[in-house]
Design a protein around this ligand. Structure first.
Ligand code: HSE
Length: 325
C-alpha cells in the first residue's frame, strides 16, 4: 500500500476533528483508496491539552520549517485559523512543493489570488472545501459537476454559530449571551466570536463563493456586511408575530450583468425553505442557467463535519499524488 505523509498546522477544534475523522475511518479510507494516509508532523504549541485522539509526543513540532523542509511530507493541512501567519505558511508550503488543504476561510478570502496563483506557479494542488459550509460539499459541486452552468444566484445561511444563536433565541426565548457560550462550547464559534456575530465569517465565505461562481473575486472587506448583534428579543418576537424567522443571509446575484452582494439579517416567512434551516445547520441555494435551482444542506460547523470535508480534500489530492508515485 502506498503511504502519503501529511503535515498538520494546528491541532485545535478543527485539527482534532480532522485527525479524528482519519483515525475513526482509517479502515474504510484504506479499503476504498488503497492508500495509507499518515499525519507525521503537527505544528502545535499546546501539546498537553486533553484530546480524544491518539497523538505521540514525537509528532509535535514548534517549528513550521520542520514541516516545509520535510521531503517526505506531500500534503500540508492548515488549520491554524486567522489570516496570518496561516496564509504565509500555506504559500510557503506550496513553494516547497506541498499541496495544501485548509478550512480557513479568513485566510483564503483575504488572499484568494495570492494563494491560487502560488499553487499554480508551484504545480501543487490547493483545496479548501471545508472553508464554506463545513461538511457540505458545495465548493466541489460548484467547481466540477455544475461547471457547465452560468451562475445566476448563490445565497444561503453560511454561519453555524449565528444560526444556532438565532434558532435558540427564536424557539426557546433564550438570551443571546447564554446561547453564544453554548455555541463556543460546542466548537462552532471562531476563537474570537466577533467574526461570527458581526457577519465577517459570512463575508469571507461569500467572497469565496463569488470567486468560484461568478469568477468575480471581491475581498470580504468590500462586501456590505451586517451581523446579528443588533437583533433583540423584541425583533425576534415581532418577526414571529408576522409568521417570519430572522436569518443571517449571505447573497450574491447577477443583475443586468453586474453582481450584487451583501450579508445581512432578514425576516423570512416560515414557509421559505431557508426558514427551516436551524441550529448549526447551513444551507446554500444555487441557481444556474442550465441546472436551475439547487439547495445544499448540512452541518456548517463543528469539528467532525468540518473534519469530514478536510479529509475528503486530502484524499482527493492523495489519489492524484499516488497515481504519479
Ligand atoms: N464559526 C463558523 C460557523 C465555523 O459558526 O459557521 C464554520 O465555518
Amino acid at each position: 500500500m502506498k503511504t502519503i505523509k501529511i503535515g498538520l498546522l494546528g491541532l485545535g477544534n478543527i485539527g482534532t476533528g480532522s485527525y479524528k475523522t482519519l483515525e475513526m475511518n482509517r479502515d474504510e479510507i484504506e479499503k476504498s483508496s488503497g492508500l495509507d494516509l499518515r499525519i507525521t508532523k503537527i505544528l502545535e504549541k499546546d501539546t498537553e491539552r486533553k484530546r480524544d485522539i491518539t497523538v505521540s509526543p514525537e509528532q509535535f513540532t514548534q517549528d513550521p520549517e520542520e514541516i516545509f523542509n520535510d521531503p517526505d511530507i506531500q500534503i500540508v493541512i492548515e488549520l491554524l485559523g486567522g489570516i496570518e501567519p496561516a496564509a504565509t505558511f500555506m504559500a510557503e508550503a506550496m513553494k516547497h512543493g506541498k499541496s495544501v488543504v485548509t478550512a480557513n476561510k479568513a485566510a483564503v478570502a483575504a488572499n484568494y489570488e495570492r494563494l491560487t496563483n502560488t499553487a499554480k506557479e508551484n504545480g501543487v494542488m490547493f483545496r479548501y472545501e471545508a472553508s464554506v459550509g463545513g461538511g457540505i460539499p458545495i465548493l466541489n459541486a460548484l467547481t466540477t459537476v455544475l461547471k457547465a452552468n452560468k451562475y445566476e444566484e448563490v445565497l444561503g445561511i453560511l454561519n453555524g454559530t449565528t444560526n444556532y444563536i438565532l434558532t435558540q433565541m427564536t424557539d426557546y426565548g433564550l438570551d443571546y449571551e447564554d446561547v453564544l457560550k453554548v455555541a463556543q462550547e460546542k466548537g462552532f464559534a471562531e476563537a474570537d466570536p466577533t467574526a461570527d456575530v458581526e457577519g465577517i465569517d459570512c463575508a469571507n465565505k461569500l467572497s469565496i463563493l463569488m470567486a468560484l461562481t461568478f469568477g468575480n473575486y471581491v475581498p470580504p472587506t468590500q462586501i456590505p456586511t451586517e451581523g446579528i448583534t443588533g437583533i433583540t428579543k423584541q425583533n425576534i418576537k415581532n418577526a414571529k408575530a408576522n409568521g417570519c424567522r430572522i436569518k443571517l443571509i449571505s447573497s450574491a446575484r447577477m443583475v443586468n450583468g453586474k453582481v450584487e452582494y451583501a450579508v445581512k439579517p432578514m425576516e423570512l416567512p416560515e414557509t421559505h425553505p431557508l426558514a427551516s434551516v436551524n441550529n448549526e445547520f447551513n444551507a446554500i441555494f444555487v441557481k444556474g442557467n442550465a441546472v436551475d435551482e439547487l439547495m445544499f444542506y448540512g452541518k456548517g460547523a463543528g469539528p467532525l463535519p468540518t473534519g469530514s470535508a478536510v479529509m475528503g480534500d486530502v484524499l482527493e489530492i492523495a489519489k492524484v499524488l499516488a497515481a504519479h508515485m
